[in-house]
Design a protein around this ligand. Sequence first.
Ligand code: GUN
Ligand code: ZN
Length: 427
Amino acid sequence: MKAYRARLLRFDEDSGAPQFDEDGLLVVGPDATGRPVVRAAGAHGALIDRFPGVAVEDLRDQLIAPGFVDMHIHYPQTDVIGAPAAGLLPWLEHYTFPHESRFHDPAHAREVARFFFDELARHGVTTALTFATSHPASVDAAFEEARARGLRFITGKVLQDRHSPDGVRDETEQSLVDTEAGIRRWHGVDRLGYAITPRFAPTSTPAQLRGAGELAAKYPDVWIQSHVAENRDEVRWAAELFPQSRSYLGVYEDFGLLRERAVYAHCIHLSTADRERMAAAGAVAAVSPTSNLFLGSGFFDYQAADAAGMRYGLASDVGGGTSFSPFRTMLAAYTVGREGQTKPGLSLTPGQLWWQHTAGAARALGLQGVVGNLQPGHEADFVVLDPKATPLLARKTAQASSLDELLFALIVLGDDRAVARTVVNGR
Ligand code: GUN
Ligand code: ZN
């Protein structure tokens, strides 16, 4: 058992409201099965007498918060960050597919995976739902590395059997065999989970999507991840390829890919009916604001999502996204929310932004009560943040007179320098 005395941020699991202790205590120790979990969290004065003899680390000038949850990222695109192109489809063709073709090589996949997980840790991200590539070796490399680090982590082999160049295109039958083998090998091992991963509707044949949907029905607690309604050219292309479907989102619905634990990146150019279908099915959006701004894709409509009752959380979408940093993603989400020319503009509060990247993201992934929060029983994944990490951050946080002001200073001015420590599984 170990305890930390610090400023402490966590969330009410039901309302999403932030809970803050200026002088807090976080106690971490094994649960009945020996897994490291939060044993207690709250005011130091109220808790300390329950834990006599437990070593307490004094971090009173720091802020302890839940580890960040990234709902959508591509580990093989670590080296694609910052590649300019005239929007999504040219970006895929000229940069992304050539980079991803290298992941048939297990040594290359392993090297990038190691760098990727180091980078997640440096930025305070403790759980990610990530794309691999179409090569099974890319999946094994990521799972092996995540397992060695004790991470709660989800990935899967990308399915793309058409409209894709040699080197990344897979073969329909084999792609489904490989997916099922991946599920059996990795899903539920330690803290790992598998995601059935059709890249997006335009790069899969109907037969491949049908097979993916059959696997999704056979393995209901396995995740599904894909992209939808990111960019207008892509939406047009999907409509041409699947004229019988109600909409782009309707393609996924028609093939049995809309259900709980289905995570769709972007969800920008959706109709009200699409949003309502997502909400009814329990499928969720991975909002990826730095990517949407970089690729000029559009602006996620928070008000419409809320009106439909659709769930969502935040994602970096590296390498379309421009940063691993949850602070950069939360700031971009604020900017996207404020945009009021193409949709209603609103001001997300710092508490809402932080929730969307921690407990709210975990809830959207079906991992509520497991990660993303620091309530008793949650797995022991957290970050220690330094509000004095840079001169400007120190100056600004010293003047903060409320929790909102403290969190907003970190969102706007914080980056990896503010992440003093990342604790995964109690270590
Ligand atoms: N749509 C299909 N593939 C991709 C990808 O790799 N990144 C993004 N942002 N959108 C996609
Ligand atoms: Zn993506």
